[in-house]
Design a protein around this ligand. Structure first.
Ligand code: C2E
Ligand code: CA
Ligand code: CA
Length: 566
């Protein structure tokens, strides 16, 4: 207990004052976490970042001193307690000590904690203000560019959120920088980066601060510029930096990208913002040929802004993937329309019970360090739910989508294998779907993963075939069991003869590479009848069913099957 031993509910007025004191300290708390306690009510506000790092119950807490003490290493608690007692006992105390505190991952970090007591006019303690510096987090400056680094970036974003200050961020970066490093050498690559940063700093009219995030990605945080201004500035950078220029007598040609996000509501956190920013940047790089891309933070039906919703979805992942549900869409054999298997498709269920489709969150979360956790949960959950089906339909194949974020992890295969072993699901009944977005990965690595999956007996499908750029080269390098033709190539097949010819050709491609064809988006009998003329192995689409919850899938496809067999 920091304070008087009693808790009474804080008044609105005192809460406002607490917030004001908190915000003024948070504003200048360079790289540290801040808390402020209203002594009379023993009510505190803590930095969001500390709440997340340590897994505290919330930003606002009664009796936070006791709560925090339980995070302090047991061997350090006595010292911690006596230091706090001392500061309250001797009138003008400043507490300044080091101790270990347990973070959310269960690891102890060394912290330096400084605290002061602020007194009211009557000389009684009114606020206890503390700052905690976590030593395991690196310092905030990048040595190469002198800019603040990713830690500095995260600290500042958290600080603005804590203080409720609106801001906008742009992420800038160059495409193909590896090529530049290979051509000119790493040091010269760094020279180019420094040159570009210099240029941007000289031309950004002091609208904000630059940060070096990683490699050649740089961010600008501005509290004053509008998105339109930032877009216009970027257009000017493009004009100059995308023209060949001479540096130290060598000619350089760059391609640059930019993605932006605007934050004007604060019920979110720095990690979520970073994932959304990265998503916008990737849009610019992969879909917009380097044009400025803005993360639309629109209002959804129930009045929740997209950044807030993504933040909630992200929190659901942290809370053991609660509020997610796997839906199943049947996959039927083309020949006689019998159940061949099902594709597992994730949904998030919001507070009002509304179903949020994956396109609203998967593309953003794929850029998040948390994604593999969700991916593993989907795989396990789907295998657990489908294990039963194998008793009735032994050849049933469960398809599960993979994201490049999962494949990127070095322990990906071990994760899959141990999930299968723990759940008791046979490899031959599983098919993992990779998409052409996986081309972000090193081809050698993708080849090794596919080889190992095949060796282990797991099938591999190439999803959304034809939508990317490198389909054929992927087919040539990897063994793909199933080619899934994307819906967009068949949706007009009834009217458009070219689509029919395309399916025929893809059938041939499949034959050459030893892959069977699955057509997605089969919506009508007419479509089905046309498709049946070609070498298509399976159909998936609304003609059979939309993705449905597990229980419904069992009722419609499995129990029926079991009854028929009896
Ligand atoms: P996808 O893997 O290409 O999944 C097929 C999508 O097509 C599904 O959308 C499905 O509902 C929709 N679809 C199927 N048949 C028809 C049809 O006849 N007509 C129309 N109009 N649509 C049809 P859904 O469930 O919204 O999923 C969208 C995308 O989200 C998926 O595309 C996939 O890329 C991603 N996704 C979904 N679940 C997961 C997951 O568990 N992990 C990962 N990494 N991505 C997922
Ligand atoms: Ca899929
Ligand atoms: Ca697909």
């Amino acid at each position: 207990m920091w304070v008087n031993g009693m808790t009474k509910e804080i008044t609105e007025k005192r809460l406002q004052k607490l917030n004001a004191v908190f915000e003024s300290y948070a504003m200048v708390a360079e790289g540290t976490d801040v808390y402020v306690c209203d002594v009379a009510y023993d009510y505190s506000r803590w930095s969001k970042k500390a709440v997340e790092l340590y897994g505290l119950p919330g930003e606002y807490m009664y009796a936070a001193g006791d709560i925090w003490e339980s995070y302090v290493h047991p061997d350090d608690r006595n010292v911690y307690r006596s230091s706090i007692d001392e500061i309250f006992a001797n009138g003008c105390g400043i507490h300044d000590m080091q101790y270990r505190a347990k973070n959310l991952a269960g690891k102890y970090n060394m912290c330096t904690c400084k605290g002061v007591v602020l007194k009211n006019d009557a000389g009684e303690p009114e606020y206890f203000v503390g700052m905690i510096r976590n030593h395991s987090l690196n310092e905030s400056v990048d040595n190469v560019t002198g800019l603040r680094n990713k830690n500095g970036f995260f600290n500042d974003v958290s600080r603005y959120l804590d203080c409720g200050i609106p801001f906008r961020i742009v992420m800038y970066g160059a495409t193909n920088y590896t090529g530049i490093n290979d051509l000119f050498g790493y040091d010269f690559g760094t020279r180019i980066l420094q040159h570009c940063i210099r240029y941007v700093q000289d031309h950004n009219q002091n609208i904000g601060d630059l940060y070096r995030l990683d490699g050649v990605r740089v961010a600008l945080i501005s509290r004053t510029a509008t998105i339109e201004q930032l877009r216009e500035n970027y257009r000017q950078y493009q004009e100059v930096l995308q023209k060949p220029f001479l540096l130290d007598g060598r000619q350089v040609l760059l391609e640059i990208n930019a993605g932006a996000v605007a934050v004007d509501r604060f019920d979110t956190n720095a990690d979520t913002i970073f994932s959304c920013l990265t998503r916008a940047y990737q849009e610019s790089k992969y879909n917009k040929q380097g044009d400025f891309s803005f993360f639309e933070n629109g209002n959804s039906k129930n009045g929740i802004y997209r950044l807030e919703r993504i933040n909630r979805i992200r929190n659901s992942v942290i809370q053991q993937c609660s509020n997610f549900e796997v839906f199943y869409q049947p996959i039927m054999t083309a020949e006689n329309e019998e159940l061949e298997g099902a594709e597992a498709l994730i949904r998030w269920i919001d507070e009002g019970g509304n179903i949020v489709p994956p396109d609203d969150f998967i593309p953003v979360l794929e850029n998040d360090a948390l994604f593999p956790e969700l991916g593993e949960w989907i795989l396990r959950q789907a295998m657990k739910e489908c294990r039963e089906i194998l008793k009735t339909i032994p050849d049933f194949v469960l398809n599960v989508n993979l994201s490049y974020a999962q494949l990127q992890k070095l322990d990906f295969l071990d994760t899959v294998k141990s999930a299968m072993e723990e759940v008791g699901y046979p490899p031959e009944n599983l098919c993992l779907e990779i998409t052409e977005r996986c081309r972000f990965l090193d081809m050698e690595r993708l080849m090794a993963i596919c080889r190992d999956l095949n060796r282990y007996g797991i099938k591999v499908a190439l999803d959304d075939f034809g939508t990317g750029f490198s389909s054929l080269s992927i087919l040539q390098s990897l063994h793909i069991d199933i080619l899934k033709i994307d819906r967009q190539f068949v949706k007009d097949i009834v009217r458009d003869g070219r689509q029919e010819r395309l399916v025929r050709s893809i059938g041939k491609v499949g034959e050459i590479f030893g892959s069977r064809i699955c057509v997605e988006g089969v919506e009508t009998e007419e479509m089905r009848d046309i498709l049946r003329k070609y070498d298509v192995y399976t159909f998936q689409g609304y003609l059979y069913s939309k993705p449905i919850p597990h229980r419904e899938f069992m009722k419609r496809y499995v129990e029926k099957h079991a009854d028929a067999e009896q």
